[in-house]
Design a protein around this ligand. Sequence first.
Ligand code: ARG
Length: 465
Amino acid sequence: MSNKTNQQWGGRFNEPTDAFVARFTASVEFDQRMYRQDIQGSVAHATMLTEAGVLTVAERDMIIQGLSEISTDIEEGRFEWSIELEDVHMNIEAALTAKIGITGKKLHTGRSRNDQVATDIRLYLRDEIDLILLEITRLQEGLLGLAHQEADTIMPGFTHLQTAQPVTFGHHLMAWFEMLSRDYDRFVDTRKRVNIMPLGAAALAGTTYPIQRDITCKLLGFDAPAENSLDAVSDRDFGIEFCAASSLLLMHMTRMSEELVLWTSAQFNFINLPDRFCTGSSIMPQKKNPDVPELVRGKSGRVYGHLFSLLTLMKSQPLAYNKDNQEDKEPLFDTIDTVKGCLRAYADMVPALESRKDYMREAALRGFSTATDLADYLVRQGMPFRDAHEVVGKSVAYGIETGKDLGEMTLAELKQFSGTIAEDVFDVLTLEGSVAARNHIGGTAPDQVRAAVTRGQEKLGARAQ
Ligand code: ARG
């Protein structure tokens, strides 16, 4: 064998790989971040091979010792990654052989890089999902705290971004909490399909060695070995699913972001974002920009993009492994980094939000936000809802003309539109009366918000178990 060809697979080759092709096909620059999982998988594989009688105990111990030293070398920045060795798997294997000699070459018995890489990605993703779940919970804890604090705070609720009905700020925050609960569940569900073990599938068809997949499965904490070797080495649907769950999470975060951007503007002035989450302008000294929400809103783009990259990457791939799959890593890694960054920023920022209750209240008082309450009042007096809608519509028209909100009109003014309106109408035309009346599960009444916060705390408490 010419020593100019690749040491790992160069046996049948007569000339070395073109230098550009070597760089073009290498993945080590980005897949080295899976080194821990690669070593973890190799230790489990060597342990299993020993149980199966393929390696001796002494060989296993040398391999494990060598891998542990490599792990330290990498962590301490001493390891030299080489493009010629293509990827994280071959770099580590070559380093092992350099350290312990011929025994290192036995590690790859009964295994292929195809099942190895599929195993590494699943281990990596599983660990990252666990961190993401913790961060979603931290953000939700912040929302619960703030919602409890703001259970009585009144703000305008919107449809079409037009003032619709008064709501409590706590209720609005609990809507965000609900979105995140579903995102959490989606990641938990995705994790079930991630946590399946490809190892043992080898290149595509399985292996002739007496491997015991249940042993590696248990050692690596997988729920089960993959049922079909062809499927195990080829499909990346679990990664696509992860990007889909991430896209939905980011979509929800863009909605929160958009509201924070609106609410911090001078036109709304509903909340104050502490200075440490904002930046200024180099030219306009008065500016304080809500950069964190804006950036999170913008970062949704790359996550949606990664979802489409992976869908397209997988589309039409014939069984089993194809090199296309090497392209799965960068979109996945960037999705992980982006999701973790956005969650961290929000989990830090949300508890620090300060409401401007006077501005919120003022805004709720404008825009006839208790019009539905007046209609409901008339219905309780026996008027059909459609007629009540008409009566209130006329009162609103009068209010626009005279510049008065419904609650600011006198009883005599209101009586012009329906003779049955009495003094008690003012109980429902107040903002407090309006929100307190929506007193059922899922409604905006302050007591309901407090009850929802309690249920939310129970939900998060159950996760900790
Ligand atoms: N670096 C490769 C990847 O990420 C590892 C698997 C390579 N397998 C192969 N048959 N070339 O997919």
